[in-house]
Design a protein. Structure first.
Lengths: 327, 325
C-alpha cells in the first residue's frame, strides 16, 4: 500500500465502550453500565494530527485506548491500513502494534525506575524481536528527541519531567510507528518546558511523517498542533472538523461555551469578551440525559433535544456538528 | 505601600533536608491591597505556594522562616501559635487545589461550616446554621438548605470547591489565599469558580491572593501580579503592564512559550529551573537567560521600578529599548 499525506490511515467506526460498575445495595449485588464511548466515528489521515478535546468524563482517553486495543471496545470497528483491529487475534495484534504507539501523561509513572533509560527505550525492540544493534538505535533515538546519546546509561530519577517525557517519546519511536496516541502528553509539564515538547512533536511529524491522535483538555495547545479537531462530550463527538473551522466558527453550543471558558493570556481580550457561563458540572455518564447529552446545560435546549438525538451534520463552514439548533 | 492589608517583607524559607539546606523562598516581598486580587504566578518549585503557607504558619517544623508578615498591622512571623491559629480562618483563610482533602468526609457540609464559624465567633448553633445556608447560597449552590445536610461525596468537584470557598469566607476574612483553586477542575467549571471568587471579592471587599501557573487566569481576574522564579519575585506590578511590556526575560519567555493564534512555532525557555539545594549565584534565571552577562551571576539583581512594574533584572533597560524598537 503506497502512502501519501492525506490518505486515510485509521478509520474509527461506531466505536462503543461500556464499562460495568459493580456495586451493592444491602446484600444484593447491583450492576450498572457506564457508556464511556457512545458511537464515535472519525478518520486519521497519514502524516496528520487529530486533536480529541473534552472535559473529564468525555471519553477521550477511552477512545485512544480502544483504538490501540489496550481495552477491548464493546462494539464498532477500528480499521488500521484497511485491517479491522477488533477482529485480529492476539498474535496478529502484536504484529501490528509495532506500527501504533502511545505516550502517556505522567512521565514519572511511565518509566521503570530500576531500568536504565537505554534499556527502557530498547524494550520495544526486544519485545518485538528486532534484530540488529540496539545500542546504536537507542543513541539515534535519544538524539532524535533532543537528548544526548550518553543519557542511555542513566536512570529516570536523574531527569526532569520534560526530559522524561522525551524519553517516553523516544521509546514510542523505537519501532518506527505510523500512528502515535498522545494522551495528555504535556499536561504535567510547566509551560516553559511544554513549548519545547510541543515543538518536538511537530518536528518529528515533519521528519518521520507519522500521524498523531492528540488527546488533551488544553484547547490552545490542540489548536496549535492539530489539523483536525473532535470535540467530545459525555462519550460522543459533538463537533468534528478542520481546526480552523471549529475554532473560528464553532457551530455546537458546547464548543462555543468551551472556547469561551478557556482563559486567554491577554487581559484586554479577557476583560472585554462575552463569556458563556455553563451551569453545573458534566452529568454522570452512568445516567446520561436522553436525546442530546448536552441539553441539561444548554441555553438553547427545547423539547426536541430531549426526545430526539441530534446527528452529526455538515455545516456551512465545513465541519460537522450534532445539534438541533446550530450557530 | 502602607495601605496593604497583607504585607510581606524579605520572607525567607529554608527546609533542612537530608541532602542539605533547600532554600525554597529567598527574600520575597508581597503587598496585597484591600479588596483587590493579586495573582502569583510561577512554575513548580518557584516557591509560590511555600511563601503563603509560611505566611499562614502552615509549614512543618523542618522549615526555618524569617522575614515579616504583617496582616492588618499585626506581625505573624514569630507570633505565638495560639495567636496565629486565631488569625487563621478568621482574618486570613485559604482555599487549596483539592477540595476533597479540605473537607471531612463523615460530616455534613453544613455542620463543617457551622464548626468553622463557631470556632472563631460566639454564635448560637441555630444562627450559625442559618449563616451556613446563606454562605452556600452566596457561592452559588442551588437549594442551599437541602445541600447543607449532604455529605461531601454527594457533591461534584466544582460544587465541593464552592463549599470550601463558603467555609473560607465564613468569618469574613480580610484576605483569602487561593492556591491553584481551579487546577483540578474542567475549564467550564473553572470559569464558574473564578466568578465565585470575583463575587466574593466585589461583594465583601475581600482581598484575594490567587496562586496559579496559568497566565490566562491571571489575565482574567487579577489586578496586580507577582511573577516568581527560583524563590524570588522577578517581576511585579500591574497585570496590564506585565502582559503589554514585560521587562524581565523570564516573564517574556513565559509569555512567548504559550501557544498564540497564528504563531507557527512556540518559543520554549531553554534549560530547566535550578536545584534549590544549590541555587545559582546572582540572578536565579541567568543560567537559562539568553541575555545573561557575567555581571548577572555576580550578585542578586535588585528590584527596580519601570513604569508600573518592579523588575529584578540588571539588563531591563536594554531589553525595554529592544522591545520598543
Amino acid at each position: 500500500m503506497s502512502e501519501n499525506r492525506g490518505d486515510v490511515l485509521l478509520s474509527v467506526r461506531n466505536l462503543v465502550k461500556n464499562f460495568e460498575l459493580r456495586g451493592s445495595k444491602g446484600f444484593r449485588k447491583t450492576k450498572r453500565i457506564v457508556q464511556a464511548v457512545a458511537d464515535v466515528s472519525f478518520d486519521v489521515k497519514v502524516g496528520q494530527t487529530i486533536g480529541l478535546v473534552g472535559e473529564s468524563g468525555s471519553g477521550k482517553t477511552t477512545v485512544g485506548r480502544s483504538i490501540l486495543q489496550l481495552i477491548q471496545p464493546t462494539s464498532g470497528e477500528v480499521f488500521f491500513e484497511g485491517q479491522d483491529l477488533t477482529k485480529l487475534s492476539f498474535e496478529e495484534l502484536r504484529e501490528i502494534r509495532r506500527k501504533m504507539q502511545i505516550v502517556f501523561q505522567d512521565p514519572f509513572a511511565s518509566l521503570d525506575p530500576k531500568m536504565t533509560v537505554g534499556s527502557s527505550i530498547a524494550e520495544p525492540l526486544v519485545v518485538q524481536g528486532v534484530e540488529g544493534d540496539h545500542e546504536t538505535r537507542v543513541a539515534e533515538l535519544l538524539e532524535l528527541v533532543g537528548l544526548a546519546s550518553d543519557h542511555a546509561r542513566r536512570f529516570p530519577h536523574e531527569f526532569s519531567g520534560g526530559q522524561r517525557q522525551r524519553i517516553g517519546i523516544a521509546r514510542a519511536l523505537a519501532l518506527d510507528p505510523k500512528l502515535i496516541v498522545l494522551d495528555e502528553p504535556v499536561s504535567a509539564l510547566d509551560v516553559s518546558i511544554q513549548a519545547g515538547v510541543v515543538n518536538l512533536f511537530a518536528d518529528l511529524q515533519k521528519r518521520l511523517g507519522m500521524s498523531y491522535i492528540f488527546i488533551a483538555h488544553d484547547l490552545s495547545v490542540v489548536r496549535h498542533i492539530a489539523d483536525q479537531v473532535a470535540v467530545m462530550y459525555l462519550g460522543k463527538i459533538v463537533e468534528l472538523g478542520d481546526k480552523n473551522s471549529v475554532y473560528s466558527h464553532p457551530t455546537h453550543p458546547y464548543t462555543k461555551a468551551l472556547l469561551s471558558a478557556v482563559p486567554l493570556p491577554d487581559p484586554k481580550v479577557e476583560r472585554s469578551r462575552h463569556r458563556i457561563m455553563l451551569e453545573g458540572d458534566v452529568p454522570s455518564p452512568v445516567n446520561p440525559p436522553t436525546g442530546c447529552r448536552f441539553r441539561t446545560r444548554c441555553w438553547k435546549a427545547s423539547d426536541i433535544c430531549a426526545t430526539q438525538e441530534p446527528q452529526l451534520t455538515v455545516r456551512a463552514t465545513g465541519q460537522q456538528s450534532a445539534c438541533h439548533f446550530p450557530e | 505601600m502602607s495601605d496593604s492589608v497583607l504585607q510581606i517583607r524579605d520572607l525567607r524559607v529554608t527546609f533542612n533536608t537530608q541532602m542539605g539546606e533547600l532554600r525554597a523562598v529567598r527574600g520575597v516581598d508581597v503587598d496585597v491591597a484591600p479588596g483587590k486580587i493579586l495573582g502569583v504566578v510561577g512554575e513548580s518549585g518557584s516557591g509560590k505556594s511555600v511563601s503563603f503557607l509560611a505566611a499562614m504558619g502552615l509549614l512543618p517544623k523542618s522549615a526555618s522562616i524569617s522575614g515579616s508578615v504583617m496582616l492588618d498591622g499585626q506581625e505573624l512571623i514569630g507570633a505565638k501559635k495560639k495567636f496565629v491559629r486565631s488569625v487563621r480562618g478568621r482574618l486570613l483563610s485559604m482555599v487549596f487545589q483539592d477540595p476533597l482533602s479540605a473537607l471531612n468526609p463523615v460530616h455534613r457540609v453544613g455542620d463543617q461550616i457551622v464548626e468553622m464559624i463557631q470556632s472563631h465567633q460566639d454564635m448560637s448553633t441555630h444562627d450559625a446554621q442559618k449563616r451556613a445556608v446563606q454562605l452556600l447560597e452566596i457561592v452559588g449552590i442551588p437549594q442551599p438548605d437541602e445541600r447543607a445536610l449532604q455529605y461531601p461525596h454527594e457533591f461534584s468537584g466544582g460544587m465541593r470547591q464552592r463549599v470550601v470557598i463558603a467555609m473560607a469566607i465564613a468569618n469574613d476574612p480580610k484576605v483569602l489565599i487561593a492556591d491553584e483553586p481551579t487546577t483540578a477542575l474542567d475549564v467550564t467549571v473553572q470559569a464558574q469558580i473564578l466568578e465565585v471568587i470575583q463575587t466574593v471579592q466585589q461583594r465583601f471587599g475581600t482581598a484575594v491572593v490567587l496562586i496559579t501557573h496559568d497566565l490566562g487566569v491571571i489575565a482574567r481576574v487579577a489586578d496586580s501580579v507577582n511573577v516568581m522564579y527560583a524563590g524570588r519575585n522577578v517581576e511585579s506590578g500591574s497585570v496590564q503592564s506585565m502582559f503589554d511590556h514585560p521587562s524581565h526575560p523570564y516573564t517574556r519567555g513565559l509569555l512567548s512559550s504559550l501557544p498564540h493564534e497564528g504563531v507557527e512555532r512556540l518559543q520554549p525557555i531553554a534549560g530547566f529551573p535550578p536545584n534549590m539545594l544549590a541555587p545559582p549565584p546572582g540572578c536565579g534565571f541567568a543560567p537559562r537567560c539568553a541575555f545573561a552577562t557575567d555581571a548577572c551571576s555576580a550578585e542578586l539583581p535588585a528590584l527596580r521600578q519601570f513604569d508600573d512594574l518592579l523588575t529584578s533584572c540588571i539588563r531591563a533597560e536594554d531589553l525595554r529599548i529592544r522591545s520598543n524598537s
